[in-house]
Design a binder for this molecule. Structure first.
Ligand code: KG4
Ligand code: ZN
Length: 335
């Protein structure tokens, strides 16, 4: 057949993933999550690289098998070039290069942050250009003006921690295992978001800062625990709800400003933190109130996955944007 099957690999952090896309349709999205990091309270880079080495071929085999194809039917191999952990990226890049070289097919590099945004084109409804995307993950927090599939401009971003980091680090202070974001989300559902007040940091222009809340929560807990050693266990839902409320408030303030500044009412969210149910709910309420069209990806396409890499690869394939075989990964990579 003449179908253009592309294999996409994602290995930028602690998720090993493979996906097959054919003519713009994502056929599957196989993800191996690394649980080895839980007991360390964060991703340990060297352990992540080793786990990628272990998981990559099985994940690719599963993707190829479930697509009902063989490796000789591939038209191209795509991979995450960056941003991410160098050791993790190297595993995916080396594999993709070897496969593309061996089969003599093109290699497609993908920017992980662009891919998070292009995850919106996997399923309907799809946003219309131009749209503003709030990309919120464990490593990044960005407001992006998306003019076309491969034409994006960062209009605001965090100057220190990412919002996912703020979730994970405050969760750690509460004694929750890594990654704490989903657990804060879970406990927040039964808590009062106004129970405790943490500072809402306001940065100039459309930028963010999330490092302050970690310190604020640390000092607050230290003080409370001196009087009541059971303070955390007795107030866990209220603490989670209050922390989550503060983070969502900060995200929304700048999003509202960006919408005003750019006069765009097509709004999307992307990245791991867009799985947060409190964020999804309050953004939907805000969108309804202000007449925005809000686009929220399916859960499986919020956190790191190769489906989004495949979607980005599809547009690059159409544009004829291929990489040379001596390409190397980039820990830092601009959109
Ligand atoms: O995009 P992602 O999977 O990986 C990066 O590229 O960083 O994002 C991971 C981040 C972690 O900080 C994790 O705690 C956070 O997304 N996260 C959540 C939720 N699900 C994942 N944070 C808050 N609520 C959630 N439900
Ligand atoms: Zn990500």
């Amino acid at each position: 057949t003449n179908d253009n099957f592309i294999l996409a690999i994602e290995s930028s952090c602690d998720e090993t993933s493979a996906s097959i896309i054919v003519d713009g349709k994502v056929l599957n999205n196989i993800v191996a999550t690394q649980s080895v990091h839980e007991k360390y309270g964060g991703v340990v880079p060297e352990l992540a690289s080793r786990a990628h080495q272990e998981n990559l071929i099985p994940v690719v085999q599963e993707a190829v098998l479930s697509a009902g194809i063989t490796l000789d039917q591939l038209s191209a191999v795509a991979f995450t070039r960056g941003p991410g952990l160098m050791g993790s990226l190297l595993v995916g890049v080396s594999f993709a290069k070897a496969l593309a070289f061996g089969r003599n097919i093109p290699l497609i590099e993908v920017n992980h942050m662009q891919a998070h945004i292009l995850a919106h084109f996997i399923d309907d409804p799809k946003p219309n250009f131009p749209f503003i995307c709030l990309t919120v993950s464990g490593g990044h927090t960005q407001l992006v003006l998306v003019k076309d599939y491969l034409d994006m401009e960062v209009i605001g971003e965090t100057k220190d921690d990412a919002v996912g980091e703020a979730f994970d680090k405050t969760a750690k202070l509460l004694g929750l295992p890594y990654p704490g974001g989903p657990l804060i989300d879970k406990y927040a559902k039964e808590g009062n978001p106004k129970a405790f007040k943490f500072p809402v940091t306001r940065m100039p222009s459309l930028n963010y800062s999330f490092s302050g809340i970690k310190t604020a929560v640390l000092y607050f807990l230290r003080e409370q625990l001196q009087e009541n050693p059971k303070f955390i266990e007795e107030n866990l839902p209220d603490l989670c709800a209050s922390i989550q409320w503060t983070l969502i408030e900060m995200l929304q303030i700048k999003l509202k400003e960006a919408v005003k500044q750019y006069g765009v009412s097509e709004i999307a969210i992307a990245g791991g933190v867009s799985a947060n149910s409190g964020l999804r709910k309050s953004l939907q309420e805000l969108a309804d109130k202000r007449g925005w069209n809000l686009y929220i990806p399916k859960f499986e396409y919020c956190t790191d996955n190769a489906g989004m890499i495949a979607m980005a690869a599809h547009y690059k394939y159409l544009a004829g944007e291929f990489s040379s075989y001596d390409v190397t990964p980039l820990a830092k990579m601009k959109i």
